[in-house]
Design a protein around this ligand. Structure first.
Ligand code: SF4
Length: 457
């Protein structure tokens, strides 16, 4: 009973968050930066922030995450960190030699009001940025939004390096949003199978799920190259997966470089994947290849075979908005009942969207944007569920309330596999379903009497 003090009675709270369902903006910016080839993320603030962000990503991805910091001390905290950042740029290019430095701010540098574009311009004027190398930056104050906001801000900064040569490259920009490296790999496979030429950004596959080769590479081979990012301005269109993670970058490309964009849901589950595949089909002007049709058929087959175990099971969910929207739709399509849904990222649009998706369910769903896991726990105490889906922090609720629990989302600190096995697309849908069914069936086995303990379920 680790959360034994969580009361059943829900009282209005406006100024207090307990067990947040989000983390801070720079973590998202740092993750996005790692999806650029040869990039060193740089944290403009104190060492403590940078250490926290690196360690959170390292614990989730089980890979060493390198990032540098402006190392603010008292002087920079009072007078601003321009001198620190200029010195950092010089040191980083001379010691580590990255292709690009992606700088994000922290609460401290934002509160002082450091102007990153101005400092970067000064670094360029003073010749601190070597020829052919780049510095990009994003403003990521952590007292606004969440890690998803930081991710989105950095992805938009990537889009802002786009150039227009006047000659189209016949490629489609695909902005995958905050998904696992394995998901990015899977998106690339699907896109290639359908026959669409693409630029995926960011792309952390090969960076945060690379092999153990016996040799340390400061900058692994994966990631979107700066040349590809520049070329996004010449693409024929952009598919942005996720309103919260990817839309800002796509709309910026649309507005500034006239690259038309469509904002889709992240392709988790059957229907969101259908829409993604259909969008690719239209772009490529082809019929869907048999390989993809078969994958869809396998997912539909498993859904119909196992429907009896899923029907009307109540689910509580916590995570990030784009992921939760697609997952809720998937659960509804399985005839499951998502009843409590919380994201730590603020935005009333999220609540509206979830209500639309669940409108045909027999009762109204509890949904909160900008909520916390304390509230989720209270909802569960008032209306128990059969399954909990969320990040590692859910394990306390799952243990206290004795609920089957699927780890999915960010961060997952106590299990492996999320970097290697995708949950996007039809194949990813199979994996999600396998995880859900595994938990539900383990519970049936655990609770069965000896007479009802079945070999075949
Ligand atoms: S001070 Fe701000 S940026 Fe740094 S770790 Fe805390 S919330 Fe994140």
């Amino acid at each position: 009973m680790l959360l034994r003090h969580t009361p059943e009675k829900i009282t209005e709270r406006k100024s207090l968050t307990i067990n947040p369902a989000k983390t801070c903006q720079p973590i998202g910016a740092m993750y996005a930066s790692l999806g650029i080839q040869g990039c060193l993320p740089h944290s403009h603030g104190s060492q403590g922030c940078c250490a926290y962000h690196r360690s959170t990503l390292t614990r989730h991805y089980k890979e060493p995450v390198s990032a540098s910091t402006s190392s603010f001390t008292e002087g920079a905290s009072v007078f601003g960190g321009q001198a620190n950042m200029l010195q950092s740029i010089t040191n980083i290019f001379s010691v580590y030699d990255p292709e690009v430095i992606a700088v994000h701010t922290t609460c401290l540098s934002e509160t002082i009001g450091d102007d990153l574009p101005q400092i970067t311009k000064k670094a360029k004027t003073e010749g601190k940025i070597p020829e052919g190398k780049s510095v990009i930056s994003a403003s990521t104050p952590s007292y606004v939004g969440s890690h998803i906001t930081g991710f989105s801000n950095m992805v938009k900064s990537m889009a802002m390096v786009a150039e227009q040569t006047g000659k189209k490259n016949r490629k489609v920009n695909i902005i995958p949003g905050w998904v696992e490296p394995a998901d990015m790999e899977e998106i690339k496979r699907i896109v290639k199978t359908i026959g669409v030429e693409s630029i995926l950004f960011p792309d952390t596959s090969g960076v945060l799920n690379g092999p153990l080769s016996g040799e340390y590479a400061m900058f692994p081979k994966g990631g979107t190259t700066m040349d590809e990012l520049r070329s996004t301005g010449d693409s024929i269109g952009t598919l942005a997966l996720g309103e919260w993670c990817s839309a800002d970058a796509a709309r910026w490309l649309d507005k500034s470089c006239h690259v038309p964009c469509s904002v889709l849901d992240m392709p988790f589950g059957l229907m969101a994947t259908d829409r993604f595949i259909d969008a690719l089909r239209i772009i490529a002007g082809v019929t869907i290849p048999e390989e993809i049709v078969n994958e869809r058929g396998q997912l539909v087959d498993m859904i119909s075979d196992m429907h009896q175990y899923l029907y009307q099971r109540k689910v509580a969910l916590v995570g990030d908005p784009d992921q939760l929207i697609s997952m809720t739709e998937f659960l509804v399509s399985l005839d499951m009942h998502p009843v409590h849904i919380v994201t730590g990222t603020p935005g009333k649009k999220f609540e509206k969207r979830i209500r639309e998706i669940t409108k045909d369910m027999p009762y109204e769903v509890n949904v909160k944007a900008g909520g916390d896991m304390f509230l989720l726990h209270q909802w569960i105490k008032n209306e128990p569920v059969d399954l909990l889906i969320g990040n590692t922090y859910c394990k306390y609720i799952a243990r206290d309330e004795d609920i089957p629990y699927v780890r999915w989302g960010f961060p997952i600190l106590d299990r492996q596999g999320h970097q290697y096995f995708p949950t996007v697309g039809y194949k990813g849908g199979l994996r999600l379903l396998e995880k859900i069914l595994g938990e539900l069936m383990d519970r049936i086995d655990r609770d069965a009497t000896e007479q009802k303990f079945e070999l075949v379920l």
